[in-house]
Write a protein that binds this ligand. Structure first.
Ligand code: G1P
Length: 294
């Protein structure tokens, strides 16, 4: 059995420029889908996969995330006094035992690879997960849990993947596949945001990774890649061959919440999945669908 995945890194230092002005004074990871911030979905997914330690790589203006994963005594007291039981349950968010949640700062946004490298001392010499809160996954079995099950069989590195339209390859890291058994693809290469004509496939990496600590050896070289940033994809590509590397077509649906349309769609889908909101939301959706037809 390969070494257990105990730690998860959450790069949350990004500027969130695609959601300005909303993100001018608030972290994009705190944007709510229905009534829960994106980061809470991601942390809950990690905990459901057996993660025991959480590492946030933050940046300036991200203090709200630290406060969110802490107790809110005043709010709790006021809600208690007013007998607001449902609201009290709503603020019962995962607060890890002291010492199991750490924050480190990426002083300059130099890319995802650099953000992950900032966590190297906190991760140490063991396999770890990375979750990008922008990618929200709706699934019966949480996406990272599915990946941990695969990792326990295959060892090595595992990324979650989804097929995207050919014209969208320039938005994602794209796999070059050696063999494809449907659910699992064996990776022989990968490239960050290739133009559609250069893309080796349409299999795109979503923001869920299980990686061996050797990634830090490559990230330490701080080679600049696509978009002038230090890309995790470039360092992952260099690990291929030294350990198994698989792409998992996970069961479930990914919403790219780094994009306005994806974020909107996630809100509709998650609201429709809620028994307390389903009927009313369906009514609203139908009403707008009908009015556009007229
Ligand atoms: C990052 C990664 C990319 C991956 C994507 C998933 O890109 O660099 O390989 O496909 O996340 O969301 P970003 O969205 O930060 O541009």
């Amino acid at each position: 059995m390969p070494q257990k995945v105990r730690k998860a890194v959450f790069p949350v230092g990004g500027l969130g420029t695609r959601f300005l002005p909303a993100t001018k004074a608030m972290p994009k990871e705190m944007l709510p889908v229905v009534d829960k911030p994106l980061i809470q979905y991601a942390v809950e997914e990690a905990l459901a996969a057996g993660i025991e330690e959480i590492i946030f790589v933050t940046g300036r203006g991200k203090a709200a995330i630290e406060d969110f994963f802490d107790h809110s005594f005043e709010l709790r007291q006021v809600l208690g006094e007013r007998g607001k039981d449902a609201e009290l349950r709503a603020i019962d968010i995962p607060v890890l035992e002291p010492g199991r949640i750490t924050y480190t700062r990426q002083q300059h946004p130099m890319g995802l690879g650099h953000a992950v490298w900032c966590a190297r001392e906190l991760v140490g010499n063991e396999p770890f997960a990375i979750l990008l809160a922008d990618d929200l996954v709706m699934a019966d079995e949480p996406c990272l849990k599915q990946m941990v099950s695969v990792y326990e069989e295959t060892g090595g590195n595992v990324v979650a993947v989804v097929d995207v339209p050919h014209e969208h390859t320039n938005r994602y890291g794209i796999l070059d596949v050696a063999s494809d058994q449907g659910r699992l693809a064996e990776v022989r290469g990968m490239v960050e945001k290739p133009d559609p004509e250069d893309a080796p496939s349409t299999l795109s990496i979503i923001g869920r990774y299980i990686l061996l600590p050797e990634i830090f050896d490559y990230l330490s070289e701080k080679k600049v890649g696509s978009g002038g940033e230090i890309q995790i994809t470039d360092s992952m590509a260099r690990m291929i061959g030294s350990a198994p590397f698989h792409g998992l077509r996970f069961q479930g649906r990914r919403f790219d919440c780094g994009d306005k349309i994806g974020f909107f769609e996630a809100n509709v889908a998650f609201a429709l999945a809620r028994s307390d909101l389903k009927d009313q939301i369906q009514g609203v959706v139908n009403q707008y669908a009908a009015s556009t037809v007229e």
